[in-house]
Design a protein around this ligand. Structure first.
Ligand code: SAM
Length: 274
């Protein structure tokens, strides 16, 4: 697999506008690093050097670059051309560019996008919410089942419907609509100044059952119950020692019941059935 340039299919995507600031606002912040470390722990167990992994909604390429650094070949895809440019630059700067291919792929047209890539993979990863932008998850699951080899892993990190921090915070600020926004299926959400995207928040149990025809669940865990949600990264910077204790508790109990059901994000590690 060789590195490639970005072929832009569409003039713009709402996430183009936030791409340049994404790492400063989330990836590089303490909260972003703690939450991502919990995901990397799962990725490390799921993928081995020289395997081929498809990433959906790669953002600025943080995970693609990390996986490539561990010897994995990554096809990093996103709907946003600006995100893909940053992924290309990050992987090249880290000296792993030859292991990262970037391609524009919209999850709303996944079947066609994947057919154009014309590859089969040892696994798929989608971190921090791209799957929440998919209405037709049945097509997502059936498409993934067609491109992941039997025994291959799929790791998805999805925003759950019940985030206690968000509910309490916004109720405290008398923002009822925002407090319960995750319960409104397919509601529009603003992306910075970049426009609107429609978002769905499937529960962990629902997503597990949707994957069940083709995948078995190896692990399910909450990524952040006690820590504030990713949109509130600034709070953590103000009291890092206090939130550090909460981060340790979140890591320790991630697989327990309340963590799996009440969280900002949850992770599912799945294995393609033979
Ligand atoms: C919150 S960011 C997560 C980025 C990255 N995975 C990470 O871990 O930082 C969500 C990403 O999903 C992408 N995205 C949103 N809707 C999409 C769609 N319909 N198809 C493909 N990518 C999409 C956005 O462009 C953005 O890069």
């Amino acid at each position: 697999m060789v590195s490639s340039s970005v072929t832009q299919q569409r003039p713009s995507h709402p996430f183009d506008v936030v791409a340049a600031e994404y790492d400063a606002v989330f990836t590089g912040r303490l909260l972003g690093r703690w939450l991502r470390a919990m995901v990397w722990q799962r990725l490390a167990g799921a993928f081995e050097p020289d395997q081929y992994v498809l990433e959906l909604g790669c953002g600025t390429g943080e995970d693609a670059t990390w996986l490539a650094g561990r010897g994995v070949f990554v096809t990093a895809t996103d709907a946003s051309a600006a995100m893909l440019e940053l992924t290309r630059a990050k992987a090249d700067a880290a000296g792993v560019g030859e292991r990262v291919t970037v391609a524009q792929l919209n999850l709303e047209e996944l079947r066609a996008g994947v057919a154009a890539l014309n590859e089969r993979y040892d696994g798929v990863v989608s971190n921090f919410g791209p799957v929440n932008c998919v209405e037709n998850r049945q097509e997502l699951v059936s498409t993934l089942s067609g491109i992941v080899r039997p025994g291959g892993r799929v790791v998805v990190v999805v925003m759950g419907p019940l985030c206690p921090w968000e509910i309490v915070w916004h109720l405290g600020h008398r923002e009822l609509r925002t407090a319960i926004r995750r319960l409104r299926s397919g509601a529009e959400a603003r992306v910075g100044e970049g426009g609107m995207v429609r978002v769905w928040y499937p529960s962990i149990l629902r997503l597990q059952s949707e994957f069940a025809p083709h995948f078995k669940v190896l692990e399910s865990a909450g990524i952040g119950l006690l820590l504030p949600p990713s949109a509130m990264a600034g709070l953590v910077d103000r009291a890092p020692r206090f939130f550090g204790v909460l981060a340790r508790l979140d890591r320790r109990f991630a697989g327990s019941l309340p963590w799996r059901l009440l969280n900002d994000h949850y992770v599912l590690v799945l294995e393609r059935l033979s």
